[in-house]
Design a protein around this ligand. Structure first.
Ligand code: ZN
Length: 342
């Protein structure tokens, strides 16, 4: 099979198209013929190095978001899966540690990530656990489907699992153009919340409004925080910051008293400055997005399909042009998902 990997860390040019032996399913695994693979920030960060995930090894085949067709099953997997169109859940619990044996896969001591620290979807075929493939409904294309899993998990576990966003609440979502925000906007509206988006780009704000956001605020305005306070009548109940330090101060200043800030993601870095009195004078809760259990993934995905959430595709590249796809995502001009097709 053809695959794209990198054997060293560096710029997009280190991605190389290679010929590898066909993956063979081990017991419990299936082989998916990849029809589309989403490009994620993690792919760029780990290509650049140092790798973020423990156990990362070079050469590495990135690609956490896979849509395709099951073409082969290993021992112990239902052969009826062959021929099914599926997306793949990237996070894999080890199944053997004390937490896994106690039924708490969220606390797995040795989790792995398909495309993160084991071979991913930048390939014509990929072997994955049979328990990690989920059907794509009719009417949803492979490219659209590949845009969903990681973005949906990130947005869902933040807004639903962690912030517990409720009907009638107001939520600020930063970084209007990202694939995570595209789903977060739709999830928040689905939950009955009022959505305020921020971005550096007027064009992205306009598109976020088309997706259902209620208010768009240019985050480069010196009075952006005041604009949020005005738009929300005194501050948001919830702020979702998956961008990191670039908007952390704006996140804090956008909250009402006793508001919740949920953080997840380090696109603009990993460290922030925090004035402690701001936190305790206002009684703010700063929440790390909780890990989702394996059992919650399928129902989440079904609700996502059933609710008609739309993926937005920024651009599609041939597998061999993976480097161009990385340049595109790095450009900061993206609205929605960048997808590779083998
Ligand atoms: Zn485990």
């Amino acid at each position: 099979v053809k695959a794209v990997q990198h054997a060293v860390h560096g710029g997009p040019e280190v991605l190389e198209l290679v010929d590898l032996a066909d993956p063979v399913p081990r017991p419990g695994e299936v082989v998916v013929e990849v029809r589309a693979a989403g490009v994620n920030r993690l792919d760029l960060l780990q290509r650049e190095g140092p790798p973020l995930l423990p156990g990362f090894r070079l050469p590495h085949i990135p690609g956490m978001d896979i849509a395709g067709e099951v073409v082969e099953v290993g021992d112990g997997v239902d052969p009826a899966l062959v021929g099914r169109r599926v997306v793949v859940k990237a996070g894999v619990a080890c199944g053997a540690c004390a937490a896994c044996r106690a039924g708490d896969d969220r606390a797995c001591a040795n989790p792995t990530t398909i495309g993160g620290n084991r071979p991913g979807g930048y390939a014509e075929r990929c072997a994955v656990p049979g328990s990690h493939v989920f059907p794509i409904p009719e009417g949803v294309g492979d490219v659209e489907a590949a845009a969903v899993p990681t973005a949906c998990v990130t947005a869902w576990r933040s807004l639903v699992g962690t912030a517990r966003l409720r009907p009638g609440e107001q939520v600020v979502i930063h970084g209007a153009g990202s694939a995570v925000s595209v789903l977060a906007i739709q999830i928040a509206k689905h939950l009955g919340a009022r959505v305020i988006v921020t971005s550096r780009s007027p064009a992205k704000l306009a598109r976020a409004l088309e997706l259902g956001a209620d208010v768009g605020i240019d985050e480069t305005r010196p009075d952006a925080a005041e604009a949020v306070l005005e738009a929300t009548g005194g501050g948001a109940d919830v702020v979702f910051n998956h961008v990191g330090p670039a908007v952390f101060e704006l996140s804090l200043r956008s909250l009402r008293r006793e508001g919740r800030l949920v953080v997840c993601g380090t696109t603009t870095g990993a460290e922030v400055r925090l004035r402690l009195p701001t936190v305790y004078h206002l009684g703010i809760e700063i929440l790390g997005a909780k890990v989702q259990s394996h059992a919650d993934f399928g129902p989440m995905l079904e609700e996502c399909w059933r609710s008609g959430f739309r993926s937005v595709i920024d651009s599609v590249f041939e597998l061999a042009a993976a480097a161009d796809a990385h340049v595109r995502l790095e450009s900061g001009e993206v609205f929605g998902k960048v997808v590779l097709v083998p």
